[in-house]
Design a protein around this ligand. Structure first.
Ligand SMILES: [Zn+2]
Length: 108
């Protein structure tokens, strides 16, 4: 089981994660996740397939790493890093992650 954090920190910034329904991007298109750099928030569509939730969270978190750490990554790199990190978490052994019950918890 993998638990998406309700908050996490990058450098001196605290990012909060919000589960919402009916998420749309700036073009009005439905989407699974959004990074709001002004509010330091990640929005995740609560209705997306559960197996995608971790990948979506990591993708949006990578957007924050890119901006806040001035990495200047392409969107493709952000997406590939999210996929690679998801694979890492899915194949990990041991107990590296928090496993307490939470509304932010999703099984892969
Ligand atoms: Zn993106």
């Amino acid at each position: 089981m993998i638990v998406i954090p309700e908050t996490f920190e990058i450098s001196c910034f605290t990012i909060t994660v919000h589960l919402v329904t009916g998420l749309v991007n700036e073009k009005g298109e439905e989407c699974y996740g959004l990074a709001d750099y002004h509010a330091f928030r990640i929005y995740l569509d609560a209705d997306q397939p559960k197996e995608l939730m971790i990948a979506t969270f990591l993708h949006e978190a990578n957007h924050f790493y890119d901006v806040l750490l001035e990495l200047k990554l392409s969107h493709r790199s952000i997406d590939l890093l999210g996929q690679a990190s998801t694979q890492l978490l899915k194949t990990k052994k041991g107990n590296l992650l928090k496993t307490e019950a939470s509304p932010y918890e999703f099984s892969l």
